[in-house]
Ligand binder design. Structure first.
Ligand code: B12
Length: 588
């Protein structure tokens, strides 16, 4: 690992970071004073923990069914749960578990909630809010979003434990930014103390839940990196903090066989003798339509079928979390939620007919490859952090890495292919859905341009590429195409502000700067960038592409703003090929 990378990793740990073992011990001490409560589900069904129910279903090879729901108020949420319980009684298609989607404000300390934008769904406030949800129906509850993994982790996890939430939080959300909150040490310490609380409840089977697609792995190009990242989380949670761990994922995974293989790999890696290692597999949310929505049954049910069959064969004990066909157009109602549950559970009725025809050998091979390469990715993380001088036994330092590391850099630094390939190129072993689509788009454009005689046309040109928002894949394609045509490319990553773009340009001194923008801010971004660049010692030619639209004053719908962006002095490009034509011109 080079010195720049080591320095990057070292700098992720802020000055004055205290000893994490002491903070964990504080959490453990708090945990001993917290009562491990029993939810209505656990009392009425006779299980000491949801984990015991899950383990029983795993041993039988039976499916566990879940949903996610976040309605506008606690009252609505409770009514929704009552409705779903009645629905299950009437149809025999009962829902086992509800994953609770609270408002982001729940994750903020109370004194900061006033200022922050509200968004949809309810905010947890009084202890009764947790209690009412745990008691609304004999459906087990998982207090997930904005609990463990948020700046308010400690308080929210204590409440979740008191009301019997066996699965806790979304650990991967530790990488999220919260409005008006910028104290990373306080944030990560709260997560660590919450882990201490859960560590005091190993015997009562409280478990940390994570959801890969929400966090750093949502940016990865390879599912082997997803698994390696998961192993790193599990190392922190179980090996360093003494807490049970479970994996969840799914909305960015649209290929059912890869999803099934990934599920088989997670089960093999994360299972404990008394606890399934996979918590839930969420449905593909990339391919749903927002028109003619009944067609969305086709997308969802085929992936459930494969997961049900794998669960029967391999006894995974995972829960499928179904997605309503209305998901893409509005916050789903309890009726829409019940509707897809019923469809999925009716599908399960006839699965024996399919069992004898299934051959999972392709998935098994992929499972083994994922485990082999995921393990290497994980080992590279630990070794790399040690080489950089970090204390890999300190849970606070390790959680700080999860909070602060740039996802794209993480995959680039630790992916095994970078070390295996003589030229240091990145090649995914099991490309993620978006990763695969991007590779295909990139290969297509490169081939087209090589055929058109563009080979080497960008040799000797140094180009900085960044994304101004969370969308990464467009900038990935841009970087790779420019490199393939001979350019020396610096991929800055995502979420760049105008000032960051100018700072990076000053650092790297490129010939050109390329900005990928998708979220409707293209015009404002271009305007501000040009204003600020006039105050800098050197100006660079700037190109912009992606989705260059925005809502103009007086309009309600977004329109194309490319021509206005160009008027600002930034060259707006309708396509990557169009930009290459500009870049291929000789430098003046
Ligand atoms: C995947 C995705 C996400 C993922 C991104 C994950 C990731 N790691 O990148 C997640 C779930 C995080 C996401 C979030 C959001 N998304 Co989104 N997302 C998409 C989606 C489905 C695919 C985009 C993509 O990666 N395409 C693949 C790449 C290869 O194609 P591309 O980006 O178009 O790039 C090509 C060209 O445009 C060009 N290009 C790209 N950049 C550049 C730069 C230069 C200089 C040049 C010359 C060319 C160029 O080259 C590429 C190859 O041809 C699109 C819908 C769609 N199907 O396009 C919505 C979409 C882009 N998202 C959208 C929105 C609104 C959002 C959110 C704001 C939603 C929300 N309210 O939370 C957030 C943004 C959050 C933020 N902080 O920025 C909207 C944008 C609407 C608009 N501007 O009109 C879209 C179009 C969906 C929609 N129909 O509403 N999203």
């Amino acid at each position: 690992m080079d010195e720049t990378t080591k320095a990057y990793l070292r700098n992720l740990i802020p000055e004055g970071t205290p000893n994490g073992r002491k903070i964990l011990a504080e959490g453990l001490a708090i945990g001993k004073t917290v009562n491990a409560g029993k939810s209505r589900f656990q009392r009425e069904k006779g299980y000491a923990s949801d984990v015991d129910y899950r383990q029983e279903m795993k041993e039988k090879g039976e499916m566990v069914w879940g949903i996610i729901m976040g309605l506008s108020s606690v009252d609505e949420q409770v009514k929704g749960m009552e409705y779903l319980y009645e629905f299950g009684k009437r149809t025999g298609k009962e829902i086992d578990l509800l994953f609770v989607i609270a408002n982001m404000l729940t994750g903020l300390p109370r004194n900061l909630r006033e200022k922050a934008p509200k968004g949809t769904s309810f905010v947890f406030d009084k202890p009764e809010d947790w209690q009412r949800m745990a008691e609304a129906a004999p459906i087990s509850v998982c207090f997930g979003d904005f609990h463990l993994g948020s700046p308010n982790s400690l308080e929210n996890t204590i409440r979740a434990v008191e009301y019997g939430s066996s699965y806790n939080g979304v650990l991967s959300q530790i990488s999220w930014d919260f409005p008006f909150y910028n104290n990373d040490l306080e944030f990560v310490s709260s997560v660590l103390k919450a882990l201490g609380v859960l560590a005091s409840k190993w015997d009562e089977k409280y478990v940390v839940n994570t959801y890969y697609d929400d966090g750093i792995p949502g940016y990865f190009m390879d599912y082997a990196s997803y698994l390696g990242y998961g192993m790193f989380e599990r190392y922190i949670v179980t090996d360093l903090c003494g807490v049970r761990y479970s994996a969840s994922y799914g909305q960015l995974m649209s290929m059912p066989a890869q999803k099934t293989a990934f599920t088989m790999a997670c089960a093999k890696v994360f299972d404990l003798p008394d606890q399934p290692g996979v918590n839930y597999v969420y449905s593909n949310a990339i391919d749903h339509w927002d028109h003619d929505i009944e067609a969305n049954y086709g997308i969802s049910l085929q992936e459930y079928l494969m997961l049900i069959l794998a669960n029967k064969k391999y006894h995974i004990g995972c829960r499928i979390e179904t997605i309503p066909i209305t998901e893409k157009i509005a916050v789903p109602t309890p009726e829409a939620i019940a509707n897809m549950q019923a469809a999925a559970q009716r599908l399960e009725e006839k699965t024996e007919q399919w069992e004898r025809m299934m051959d999972f050998s392709w998935c098994e091979e992929m499972r083994d490859l994922l485990i082999e390469k995921g393990t290497q990715f994980f080992n590279n993380i630990l070794k790399g952090l040690q080489e950089a001088g970090l204390d890999t036994k300190d849970p606070l330092q390790m959680l700080m890495i999860l909070r602060r590391i740039d996802a794209i850099k993480m995959e680039k630094i630790f992916h095994p292919s970078i070390r295996e390939n003589a030229d240091g190129a990145f090649t995914p072993y099991v490309p993620t859905t978006m990763g695969q689509q991007c590779q295909e788009i990139k290969d297509g454009i490169v081939q087209e341009m090589l055929d058109a005689g563009y080979s080497g046309k960008l040799s000797g040109k140094r180009i900085v590429v960044v994304s101004a928002d969370a969308h990464y894949y467009g900038s990935f394609v841009v970087c790779n195409v420019l490199s393939a045509l001979g350019a020396d490319v610096v991929n800055g990553g995502v979420d760049f502000d105008t000032v960051d773009v100018l700072d990076l340009a000053e650092e790297e001194d490129p010939d050109y700067v390329c900005i990928s923008v998708h979220n409707g801010q293209a015009l404002d971004f271009a305007k501000q960038l040009m204003e600020l660049s006039r105050e800098r010692p050197k100006q660079y030619p700037v190109f912009m592409g992606g989705k260059l639209n925005g809502i103009l004053p007086g309009a309600t719908e977004p329109t194309d703003v490319s021509y206005l962006v160009s008027e600002m002095g930034v060259t707006a490009c309708q396509s990557l090929q169009a930009m290459v034509d500009y870049l291929a011109k000789p430098l003046v």
